[in-house]
Design a binder for this molecule. Structure first.
Ligand code: AMP
Ligand code: MG
Length: 390
């Protein structure tokens, strides 16, 4: 299945799992369940954009009689008349009658206590009421992912409680009889489990509820027992390893025996060919190939689509076109390939030493993945390529 089709399939099957209300302070990384409307104009009044003197433009350059002092937070009911000004601070409400603020940097106090403007021109230095946000408009749409900027807007429009989609509970399993946990010195034939913590880390970065349920040996009984028990506790299971076509890759078979619908078992990507998606009612399983780069990349692409699909958010795929300054050739072009690369400061793309999908160290020096589309065998210096920043 082509990568884009796999993503479509996931989105078709991912049903939002419900809504809840959380405190604004807890809403980072959550997905809005409703449109948010502003209850006020922002700014709510004509506001001084500079520290200085509020006056009538027609009276410039003065001299002005200083009739009032307006720090931020004070609302003055005095009117500025001809020949008058108010000393005003950034963020304070402009007094009636004034239409210009000249900057404190360009003033001179005269011996009689009046003030004059020392330059030829000034802009108004006023933020107009409602120029950022008009009262009653939708500032954020339902389905938006809440990041720091959205938190600022939610704060500005007074949403101290936020209605969001429920987050799925995600279980992480690492299959492989060769695996030991990071604190163990591997015996001959064993390797350390890189994927369990890696998958939890990516899920934590996304703000998901994730729990690691350990290493599962490559036997049908163990895999079956673990999937059964973990599915009771969670909405989604992410499994690494055991999904390919080796003699001990039991995950697809076990899922089938447990009456899961197997929606796909392979996608035309490299790495991550043997990626599996299965569903049983409102329980979902994604199985990623065990090689660390494969599970990393597929969780990041495919996994994200499922999780955000369950939260009714359409993730923005950040793909940029950059100039390739290396040489690339491959023999087969039947899969969409992702290669670790560096985007240089000038926006050029260079390959990195990379031995394949077990070489997770390459991802620690890469700052992006380059896409090589199906059908493309060579990429030459100067060609434009799609890159996805990591
Ligand atoms: P599999 O997908 O189970 O066929 O595994 C493919 C390769 O990835 C094998 O070389 C495994 O030993 C390796 N592998 C599987 N799971 C892990 C893991 N959790 N951490 C590191 N390597 C793994
Ligand atoms: Mg395995």
């Amino acid at each position: 299945m082509e990568f884009s089709k796999a993503i479509k399939k996931i989105r078709q099957h991912a049903e939002p799992i419900g809504k809840e209300t959380v405190l604004l302070a807890d809403s980072l990384n959550r997905v809005l369940a409703v449109d948010v409307v502003s209850d006020i104009n922002i700014p709510p009044f004509n506001k001084a954009a500079m520290d200085g003197f509020a006056c009538k433009r027609a009276d410039l350059p003065g001299p002005f009689k200083i009739v009032e002092d307006i720090p931020a937070g004070k609302f003055s009911d005095k009117t500025i008349n001809k020949g008058e000004c108010a000393r005003i601070m950034t963020g304070a409400a402009l007094p009636k009658g004034a239409d210009t603020v000249f900057m404190v940097e360009y003033h001179e106090i005269q011996t009689d206590g009046t003030v004059t403007f020392t330059r030829a021109n000034t802009s108004d230095n006023i933020c107009l009421i409602g120029e950022d946000v008009k009262e009653g408009v939708v500032v954020l749409k339902g389905g938006s992912l809440i990041g720091a900027a959205e938190i600022a807007i939610l704060s500005g429009v007074g949403k101290s409680n936020v209605e969001v989609y429920r987050r799925p509970k995600v279980a992480v399993l690492s299959t492989g009889s060769e695996l030991v946990e990071p604190y163990v010195i591997p015996k001959p034939g064993q390797i350390r489990n890189s994927n369990g913590n890696q998958m939890i880390a990516q899920l934590t970065e996304m703000g998901m509820i994730a729990e690691y349920f350990g290493i599962v040996a490559d036997t049908k009984e163990e895999i079956r027992g673990k999937i059964l028990s973990v599915a009771k506790l969670t909405d989604v299971i992410f499994i690494s390893g055991g999904v390919s076509v080796g003699d001990y890759d039991y995950v697809p078979q076990v899922l089938m025996e447990l009456d899961y619908d197997i929606l796909f078992t392979s996608i035309a990507t490299k790495p991550g060919k043997h990626t599996l998606f299965a569903q049983k009612d409102n329980k979902y399983v994604l199985g990623f190939p065990g090689n660390p780069v494969s599970s990393f990349v597929q969780l990041n692409f495919i996994g994200k689509e499922l999780l955000y699909g369950l939260m009714n958010h359409q993730p923005m795929v950040k793909t940029f076109k950059c100039v390739f300054i290396d040489d690339f050739k491959r023999k087969k072009a039947d899969r969409l390939e992702f290669l670790p690369v560096n985007i240089t400061k000038s926006g050029k793309v260079k390959l990195l030493p990379y031995n394949g999908s077990a070489h997770i160290l390459a991802l620690t020096v890469a700052n992006a993945l380059m896409e090589i589309p199906i059908g493309v065998k060579t990429i030459e210096k100067g060609d434009l390529v799609n890159v996805r920043p990591l």
